[in-house]
Write a protein that binds this ligand. Structure first.
Ligand SMILES: NC(=O)c1ccc[n+]([C@@H]2O[C@H](COP(=O)([O-])OP(=O)(O)OC[C@H]3O[C@@H](n4cnc5c(N)ncnc54)[C@H](O)[C@@H]3O)[C@@H](O)[C@H]2O)c1
Length: 382
C-alpha cells in the first residue's frame, strides 16, 4: 500500500527536534499505517544543531537559520516547532498564518496572553491542523486507562492524582539553561515545562478544574553559568496543585504535581485514579506494569497488577512480549498527529494529540496557580 507522504519542516533542531527525526527514521516500525512523515527542511539559529540533521537525515533538502524561509518553501506541508517558550507566540502564529499544519511543543506560549494570541490565529485559520506535543498517554498502560475511561468503567470518581517528576536539578552544580530563566521559560517555571504532560489525560477525560490552591517552591536559587559564575535561578522547581475538579457534574479532589526536584525520579510520569466501581494506576517508573482494582458492591477489593503487553495505539512490528519506552511513545504520538492530518475525524484509533483547547485550559490553571502562590488563597480557574 502506498503511504501518503507528509513533508515536514522542523524549526528548532535541539533535543526534541532530533527525537522527531529519529521517529520519522524508524517509521517502518509501525505496521499498516497509511501515512509517513518526511523531513525535507530544517531551521535552527545554531549551526551545530542543523549540522546533525545534515549528517543524519538524508531527506533534508533545505537548511536555514531563518524560519521565515522555511515557511516560504511550498514543498513543506507541516511543521514541528520545538523552540524555547519565549518564541512560541511569534513562530507558532507565523507558521499557522503561512497555512502549514503545526505540531507545536508545550506550553504553547510563554504565558496566558501569548497562548491567547496563538488561539486567535488558530481560530482565523480553521483549515490548519494545530496540535500540541504530549507523548506519555501513548504508553500502553496510560492508553489502557484512557480506554477504560472511554468504557465508563470507573463509576463516580473518588479522587485522582497525576504528576511528572524529575530530579537532576537536585544537583546544585547543574548549569543554568533557558528552561531555568523566567525570560525564556516563563513565570510558570516547572509548570510550563512539565504541566501539559500532567493535565493532558485529565482534560481529555472531560474533567473540569474549578479552583486551585498551589504550593510552589524554588529550592535551588543560584546555579553556575557556562563559565562557572553563580547566577540567579529564578524559576519554580516544584509545584503541587490541589484542585477541586468535576467529572460528570460530580466534584472530586485532584492533586497535580510537576517537580524538577523529586529525589530519585527521572522522567517519572504517573496517573492514579480511584472510582466507585474501578480504580487504576500507571507510572513510567514501572513502564510495563498497570494496576487496576475492579469493584462490585460487597465484592473483594484486590489490586490486580499486570505486565502490560506492547499494545500500543498504533500496531507495530514489536512482539507483544517486549517492553515499550520513551522513544516508542514519541513514535506513537507522531503517528497520531499524521493520522489526524490525513484522516481527520476518521482517525484509525481514538486518541489524538493534545489540542489547543487543552493547552488553553492548562494556561488558565497555571495562571491561577501563580495567583494562588502569591496570595496564599484558593483561586478560581476561568
Ligand atoms: N515533549 C517533550 O517531552 C519535551 C521534552 C523537552 C522539551 N520539550 C519542549 O520542546 C521545546 C524545545 O525544547 P528542547 O528541549 O528541544 O530545547 P533545546 O534547547 O534542546 O532546543 C531548542 C532549539 O531551538 C533553537 N532555536 C532558538 N531560537 C531559534 C529560532 N529563532 N529559530 C530556530 N531555532 C531556534 C535552539 O538553537 C535549539 O537548538 C520547548 O517548548 C520544550 O518545552 C518537550
Amino acid at each position: 500500500m502506498a503511504k501518503k507522504e507528509i513533508k515536514f519542516g522542523v524549526i528548532g533542531c535541539g533535543l526534541m527536534g532530533r527525537e522527531f527525526a529519529s521517529a520519522a527514521a524508524r517509521w517502518l516500525h509501525l505496521a499498516n499505517v497509511g501515512f509517513e512523515p518526511k523531513i525535507v527542511a530544517v531551521c535552527d539559529t545554531s549551526l551545530k544543531a542543523t549540522e546533525w540533521f545534515k549528517e543524519n537525515v538524508p531527506s533534508v533538502e533545505m537548511v536555514t537559520d531563518d524560519y521565515r524561509r522555511l515557511l516560504d518553501n511550498p514543498a513543506v506541508d507541516a511543521v514541528y516547532c520545538a523552540v524555547p517558550h519565549n518564541l512560541h507566540e511569534r513562530i507558532y502564529t507565523d507558521i499557522i498564518e503561512s497555512g502549514k499544519h503545526l505540531l507545536g511543543e508545550k506550553p504553547f506560549g510563554i504565558d496566558l496572553a501569548a497562548n491567547e494570541k496563538i488561539n486567535q490565529v488558530i481560530a482565523a485559520n480553521p483549515k490548519v491542523l494545530v496540535r500540541c506535543s504530549s507523548e506519555f498517554p501513548f504508553f500502553p498502560g496510560a492508553y489502557q486507562i484512557f480506554r477504560w475511561m472511554q468504557e465508563g468503567k470507573f463509576g463516580r470518581i473518588i479522587d485522582a492524582e497525576a504528576g511528572f517528576w524529575h530530579s537532576s536539578d537536585l544537583d546544585p552544580r547543574k548549569a543554568i539553561n533557558w528552561k531555568r530563566i523566567i525570560k525564556t521559560n516563563g513565570e510558570y517555571g516547572c509548570m510550563g515545562d512539565l504541566g501539559l504532560h500532567v493535565v493532558h489525560m485529565p482534560f481529555r477525560f472531560g474533567w473540569k478544574v474549578k479552583n486551585v490552591r498551589a504550593l510552589l517552591s524554588n529550592i535551588v536559587k543560584e546555579r553556575p553559568d557556562r563559565d562557572g559564575k553563580m547566577v540567579p535561578c529564578e524559576t519554580w522547581d516544584n509545584a503541587t496543585l490541589a484542585c477541586d475538579a468535576e467529572a460528570n457534574g460530580e466534584p472530586f479532589p485532584m492533586i497535580l504535581s510537576t517537580k524538577r526536584i523529586a529525589p530519585g525520579n527521572s522522567n517519572t510520569w504517573f496517573i492514579n485514579i480511584t472510582g466507585t466501581s474501578f480504580s487504576a494506576r500507571f507510572t513510567t517508573k514501572m513502564p510495563k506494569t498497570i494496576a487496576s482494582l475492579p469493584y462490585s458492591v460487597g465484592g473483594e477489593q484486590a489490586w490486580h497488577v499486570l505486565d502490560t503487553p506492547y499494545a500500543s495505539a498504533y500496531p507495530t512490528i514489536t512482539g507483544g512480549i517486549f517492553e515499550f519506552g520513551f522513544s516508542d511513545s514519541i513514535l506513537q504520538m507522531w503517528a497520531s498527529f499524521c493520522d489526524e492530518l490525513v484522516n481527520g475525524p476518521n482517525m484509525t484509533q481514538p486518541f489524538g494529540c493534545a489540542t489547543p483547547q487543552e493547552a488553553a485550559e492548562s494556561h488558565k490553571l497555571f495562571t491561577a496557580a501563580l495567583e494562588s502562590e502569591r496570595t496564599g488563597q484558593t483561586v478560581n480557574v476561568n
